[in-house]
Write a protein that binds this ligand. Structure first.
Ligand code: GTP
Ligand code: SPV
Ligand code: MN
Length: 588
């Protein structure tokens, strides 16, 4: 399929290590993919679902010990530990290669080696980057075929270039004691062993498009971020684009596909989805910040996705979708998950592969991190700019997290550096997207804590530097929190479609349309500037949502100060100044 010497040499080397029985190049044809689907159904790796109700849809169950990203076993293998920084696990490259190759040794025996050429972004786009993933898992091939642009056309485009990222995935025996997801940014190389789960093995996604790409972005003056991209079409027909970074399972997919509340629909508002998880951001010829979504599909959280919460996300799953770890409804061979509707199936199989009765069982049927892999083209509100090689110009950047207290519904940072400070200071409650306890508050700067491929102190510096390049044309930076709770632990803000009310305020601020109230942390809306028409949110609720509790913020500042210490001399002076200024304003 290619005469690229570098590619062929690497494949030969990997072949010697993993020792496959067969080698198959993935050409991207529907014919080949269909054969693989059939094969996966024969071995039980996938289950074909009801093709009348869910055309082209399949179900896959992972091993019980392999249901989320394993951050504790994810490594950045740079020459020095300092380059990986204090927030990443680090291993010396040679030591890592030796260990990984010994685990991978002969692991493809009796198996087929699949070689997937893929592109992150449109091939024609100057934003795009090419990767090749070697895997022994058909599930991985079929997911990559949805999530990225794959096939022979990618190799043709690559030609003899050496500008591509190596990715080796070996399922081995899914032994969590020997599970490693390792990145060698200096070699543009990724090796993942002993997992077959999403973020650990779809190497184009978090491994390449965030960890390797963030490393490259620093060198090449751009940003690779854990961000959704959406367009807001206003009643006058004009569309403005924004990016938002929220930690895993904190609402990116839902915001990216937001369905406007009725009052907004009537006025003519529309939301267009460009991306739901990853954004690559560059400074355009016009000096503004432009974004593309390097992916071609959605790997979305299933639980909570419903007609009511997000009809667009649900519609995206209606065909050509692979479901992972959801419930199989045996009555009609369809799927179900918690929050889909109030009618769990009685005759069903849960994510663990056991018989399950949704009416009587006290256990959840779908794994909390169960997911759907759907083609972007399925999304009813996909932006017409989705395939635009230039991307879209960004008017505002939003940071967010899952915070029961402290952070208000929305606030605007004073300027770029102050916004970078807000991003660096995000704390959020952990979710099921990664292994470990759920609901634990921890720092997650720019929602990139698990995904930054180099020293996070340098990453902060890079953000500050991007602001200098952008100057007056820098997007405004905002912070949001949909997850503030009342005394009974219930969310005060209705969220989902109603989040457009907050986006409207953000756009108006970008267009200098309205005033705002200055507080020690930034500008917050005047109560009358958030449109509550058609909600059950009272003025009193809104006051609560926007409350800035000085004592809590003093604690927050102390906490940020402590967190900052881990970066030692890598912490940019600009952020030190921002923190000091916040402390001063809080004392006033
Ligand atoms: P990753 O794919 O892991 O990066 O996650 P994501 O940020 O795309 O998260 P997603 O949109 O899938 O949301 C995850 C969970 O948050 C789901 O269970 C949603 O139902 C819930 N959620 C999303 N938006 C809101 C909101 O505005 N309010 C509330 N209360 N919950 C929300
Ligand atoms: C996340 O965890 O942020 C995801 C899912 O988007 S995964 O691809 O598994 O990383
Ligand atoms: Mn994500």
């Amino acid at each position: 399929m290619t005469s690229n010497k570098g590619v062929l040499k690497w494949i030969e080397k990997v072949k010697q290590i993993v020792n496959p029985d067969f080698v198959v190049w993935i050409d991207g044809s529907e014919f080949q993919l269909e054969k693989l689907r059939e094969q996966a159904c024969k071995t039980g790796e996938m289950v074909k679902l009801n093709q009348e109700k869910l055309p082209g849809c399949y179900l896959h169950r992972t091993a019980l010990n392999d249901v989320a990203r394993t951050e504790s076993r994810t490594f950045i293998c740079t020459k020095t530990k300092d380059e990986a920084g204090p927030t990443n696990n680090w291993c010396e490259p040679k030591e890592a290669y030796d260990k990984l190759y010994s685990i991978a040794k002969n692991s493809y025996k009796g198996k087929t080696m699949y070689i997937i050429p893929y592109s992150m972004g449109m091939l024609e786009s100057k934003f795009s980057k090419i990767g090749i993933e070697i895997t022994d898992s058909i599930y991985t091939v079929l997911n990559m075929a949805i999530m990225t642009r794959i096939g022979k056309k990618v190799l043709d485009f690559l030609g003899n270039s050496d500008d591509w990222v190596k990715g080796l995935h070996c399922s081995c025996d899914i032994n969590e004691e020997k599970r490693y997801v390792c990145h060698f940014p200096e070699d543009k190389s990724i090796i993942s062993v002993n997992s077959a789960y999403g973020g650990n093995v779809l190497l184009g996604k978090k491994c390449f498009a965030l960890r390797i790409a963030s490393f490259l972005g620093r060198k090449e003056k751009w940003l690779a971020e854990h961000m959704l991209i959406l367009g807001i079409q206003k009643p006058n027909g004009e569309t403005k684009y924004i990016c938002a970074a929220f930690p895993s399972a904190c609402g990116k997919t839902n915001l990216a596909m937001l369905i406007p509340p009725e009052v907004y629909r009537k006025k003519g508002y529309k939301i267009w989805c460009v991306g739901d998880d990853i954004a690559w951001l560059r400074i355009g010829k016009d000096g503004r910040l432009w974004a593309i979504n390097p992916e071609n599909g959605f790997f979305g959280v299933a639980p909570g996705t419903s007609k009511k919460s997000n009809q667009n996300a649900l519609a995206s799953t209606s065909s050509n979708t692979i479901f992972t770890n959801v419930v199989q409804n045996l009555k009609d061979n369809t799927v179900w998950w918690e929050g889909l509707d109030k009618n769990p199936p009685e005759n069903a199989i849960n994510w663990k592969g056991e018989q399950w009765n949704g009416k009587t069982s006290s256990e959840k049927g779908a794994h909390p991190n169960s997911r759907f892999t759907s083609p972007a083209k399925n999304c009813p509100c996909l932006s017409s700019e989705f395939d635009n090689p230039e991307g879209v110009p960004i008017s505002a950047i939003i940071f967010g997290g899952r915070r029961a207290q402290t952070t208000p519904l929305v606030y605007e940072s004073f300027d770029w550096n102050n916004g970078v400070f807000a991003g660096s200071a995000i704390s959020s409650e952990s979710t099921a997207a990664s292994t470990g306890k759920v609901g634990v508050l921890s720092h997650n700067p720019m929602a990139m804590m698990p995904f930054c491929g180099y020293n996070m102190g340098d990453y902060f510096k890079h953000w500050i530097q991007m602001g200098k390049y952008l100057g007056e044309k820098a997007p405004k930076i905002f912070s949001v929190n949909w997850f503030r709770t009342d005394k009974n632990g219930k969310f005060i803000w209705p969220g989902f479609g109603d989040n457009l009310r907050v986006l409207e305020w953000i756009l108006k601020r970008c267009e200098k349309d309205i005033d705002a109230k200055e507080t020690p942390i930034g500008y917050i809306p005047n109560i009358s500037d958030i449109n509550l028409e058609g909600t059950s949110v009272s003025q009193e609720d809104l006051n609560k949502l926007l409350e800035i509790n000085i004592d809590l913020w003093k604690k927050e500042a102390k906490n940020i100060k402590e967190f900052y210490q881990i970066f030692e001399n890598k912490l940019p002076d600009e952020l030190k100044v921002e923190l000091e200024n916040l402390e001063k304003r809080l004392e006033k």
